[in-house]
Structure formats: C-alpha cells, structure tokens
Design a protein around this ligand. Structure first.
Ligand SMILES: [Zn+2]
Length: 255
C-alpha cells in the first residue's frame, strides 16, 4: 500500500491510498479536489473510492466536485451527513480499495458518525479528527466517556500501526502535553523533532500507536505525572479515568 499525504486548506491532510497490485486508489477525506486529482494522475492511479472519516466540511467539502470529475466513485460513510454517500458502513464492516481491505472502526465523540479505517494487513489506520499526533478531537457530539471508549479502540491496535491523522496540529498539541508532563523525555524529544520537521516544511504524519502511548495526554489518563500535575492544580478533581480525561480535554480547549 502506498500512502500519499496531500495537504488541504490551512492544516488538513487528505490521504491518497494506492493499491500497487491494481493501481486502484482511494482518498481518505477530500476538501480540495485539484491537488488530489493531480496526485492521482501523477501516480497513474485509478480513483475508485472516497473514504470520509466524518462529515465536517474540511473533510468532505470536495466530495461533490470530485464525484462530478470522476463519476461512479464509491463514497463510504457512517451517516447521511456525508455528501454523495453511496455505501453506508458501521463498526466491523469492510471497505475495499483494489485488493486492499480495511475494517471500519466506529469511534464517536468528535461527531457521532466518526469512523476510522484500519488496514489490518498493512498496519495502518486513518483516524481523522479523533486521534492526532499528541492530541484528540474536540467533543462536539459526545462526552469524555465516549471519547475514552473510542480512543481505547485505537490504543488497542498493534504498537507499530501507522496513524494517519486529519490535521497538522502536532507542535501545539505537544506544547500542551508538556504542560502536564514536563519530565516526559520522549515527549520533549518528539516536540523538538516536530518543530524541526514542520519548520522545514515537512509533515509529522504518520505517527504510530506506540509513539502516542508515550506522548499523547489523551492516551495517558493513567500517567502518574499527568495526574500529579492535575491534582496539584485541581485538588478536588476525582482521580478516576473519565474525570482526568475530561479535565485534560477542558484544559486543551482553552490552551
Ligand atoms: Zn472535524
């Protein structure tokens, strides 16, 4: 499987997935059509499917234009808010791009219809606005308990799974993470790497499940250092998973 990150709008990523066996391709999220078609044509691929993670405009705003340019595409999606939806999918369903196969994971909370595409054989997952490098999505349509349940599904994937996320927020996310875990050496090193990488015009995508376990405060609600930081600032905060996660999310919302 070849994956090409295509920057969209100010800080979004779409991902072109190409099956080397058939040259068939799918696009995960689509806001701006021109750079996507340019990549498809440059690769000599045939686009067959759109794989939207959720219905927000910066992830599906280009669907109708792309369908007009390449009629007959399969458009997967969990809910009716996905423009051009042809194939409704739910948790555990399979989607195909050429000979590649992904399992759909239902990971609600940012939106109720948010899904991830997990390519089991290739150890790759596309997480949209649920899991970022060093962060998670805002809780627009769910609560902290729902987001924890969604993130657990991702955290349980193999450590070497590549995580392709929806926005280049990594440096700011890791700056926030450092306010909670200033002594986390892996986190400090990753922040330095991310700043250099993006400063040179590069991308921090993909990350891995292992790296997120080490650095992402929204995977680390059980971290002793994170809990100690919160306990010092908020003595009345109950030290249990959902309360710790909810406080972390609330602090990030105002960071
Ligand atoms: Zn979103």
């Amino acid at each position: 499987m070849k994956v090409i990150a295509i920057p969209q709008l100010s800080d979004n990523y779409a991902y072109l997935i190409i099956d080397p066996a058939t040259r068939e391709a799918g696009i995960v999220d689509c806001a701006e059509v021109a750079p996507i078609l340019e990549a498809v044509d440059r690769e000599g691929a045939t686009l067959t499917a759109i794989l939207p993670t959720h219905h927000h405009f910066d992830h599906v705003g280009g669907n109708e234009e792309l369908l007009a340019a390449r009629p007959g595409l399969t458009v997967y999606g969990f809910d009716d808010r996905v423009p051009g939806l042809t194939d409704r999918v739910g948790h555990g369903d399979r989607v195909r791009v050429g000979s590649l196969e992904a399992e759909v994971l239902s990971i609600p909370a940012h939106t109720t219809g948010h899904i991830a595409y997990y390519f089991e054989r290739e150890h790759a997952v596309f997480t949209g606005d649920t899991l970022f490098a060093g962060g998670c999505g805002r809780l627009f349509e769910g609560d902290a308990a729902m987001m924890i349940a969604s993130l657990r599904k991702l955290r349980d994937l193999p450590d070497d799974t590549k995580v392709y996320f929806g926005h280049e927020y990594t440096v700011k996310n890791l700056d926030f993470a450092l306010t909670l875990e200033p002594q986390n050496r892996v986190l400090r090193d990753k922040r330095a790497w991310a700043a250099t990488t993006t400063g040179d015009g590069g991308y921090t995508t993909p990350t891995t499940i292992a790296s997120e376990k080490d650095t992402n405060p929204f995977f680390r609600w059980q971290s002793p250092e994170l809990r100690a930081t919160l306990a010092a600032k908020f003595p009345d905060l109950p030290m249990e998973d959902v309360a710790v996660f909810a406080k972390t999310r609330q602090l990030k919302d105002n960071f």
